[in-house]
Write a protein that binds this ligand. Structure first.
Ligand code: FES
Length: 336
């Protein structure tokens, strides 16, 4: 059994199979709709059901409440069609050749860049390439159907190796493997690229780019791509972290700032240790952004980080005048 999904105010339509999420069906049809976590927790995929009915096989997901559900809102990463649908979403793009694939990759190199962060570089088989947009992520496919998501930190023009920044989580299934057992040459399997956190090039507004912890990795990809393509828009990069060692590639954004007059860089520590001898900004990174830019109405904002950071920033930035459609974010829950 399948149903048809039409996207209101566009010419796009696609079929969704019984039990398939609307987002998965759209991807299968070569369309990119907004999504990030695909787990019902971030809210990125929320849109409207204009006509038709949907159901959630596991009950209402965490990122939608009863009132929103009643009002016809839906999380399309979890929603299953139970009739033909007309839906409205914030943005729809033709994916072109940016289609998720399942690929093997070998660990080419591992670099320790903080006590609990490693840069892992992966090499694809010789006859394979991954078409992706900087800022997107991949899912490692683990035994038992489990997945672990990591953003790509490199760019398509520098794709001989795929670069990921992996933080060690206490008791972490995959990160424990990466830090304790994984050797260079290890074979991994992943699906990607995924997500719609990437640079929109149809704007000339100044940008604010925020990374929280290892959320710096997609920001790195986006900025390197912007520099490569000669983007001249002002970019104010923020990196929010707990203490100084967590700014594990701090020299890189400092170098961008020194070499490019359109780039500013502000690291912000929420809990610097005495030995950090930190004289820079402190507190929550989104609060520093609003202190520096009390009127956000003229900006595009890109941010990647854990849900508490993203949720706090969404509220603060809306209050500072940022229109909802100029906020692009990747909200990642670190899975153990
Ligand atoms: Fe659907 Fe996160 S809630 S993508």
């Amino acid at each position: 059994m399948s149903y048809q999904v039409r996207i209101a105010e566009t010419d796009h339509a696609f079929d969704v199979d019984d039990g398939e999420s609307v987002i998965d069906a759209a991807m299968r049809a070569g369309l990119m709709l907004p999504y990030s976590c695909r787990g019902g927790t971030c809210g990125t995929c929320m849109g409207d059901v204009v006509e038709g009915r949907i159901a959630y096989p596991d009950g209402l997901p965490p990122a939608i409440d009863g009132d929103q559900d009643e009002a016809g809102k839906a999380l399309f990463c979890q929603a299953r069609a139970t009739s033909d649908l007309v839906i409205r979403v914030g943005e729809v793009r033709d994916a072109g050749d940016i289609r998720p694939q399942r690929l093997p990759a070998r660990v080419e190199r591992v670099e320790d860049c903080a006590p609990d962060v490693r840069r892992v570089f992966l090499k694809l088989p010789r006859d394979k390439r991954l078409a992706f947009l900087p800022g997107q992520y991949i899912d490692f496919l683990l035994r038992g159907g489990q997945r672990r998501s990591f953003s790509l930190a490199n760019t398509p023009h520098d794709d001989e190796l795929l670069e990921l920044h992996i933080r060690h989580l206490p008791g972490g299934l995959f990160s424990g493997y990466v830090f304790n057992d994984m050797k260079e040459g290890a074979l991994l399997r992943f699906e990607g690229p995924l997500g719609n956190f990437f640079l929109r090039d149809d704007s000339d507004r100044p940008m604010i780019l925020i990374g929280g912890g290892t959320g710096f990795s997609p920001v790195k990809g986006i900025v390197e791509q912007a520099l490569h393509t000669g983007v001249k828009r002002p970019m104010h990069i923020y990196w929010g972290a707990r203490a100084r060692p967590d700014l594990y590639l701090d020299a890189l954004p400092r170098e961008w700032e020194a070499q490019h007059s359109n780039i500013a860089y502000t690291p912000v520590l929420s809990d610097p240790a005495a030995e950090d001898e930190w004289s820079g900004s402190t507190g929550f990174v989104h609060e520093q952004v609003v202190r520096d830019h009390p009127d956000l109405s003229g900006f595009d904002v890109y941010m990647s980080g854990p849900p508490p950071m993203i949720n706090a920033a969404k509220t603060a930035f809306a209050e500072a005048g940022l229109p909802a459609d100029r906020l692009f974010y990747d909200s990642f829950e670190a899975a153990p």
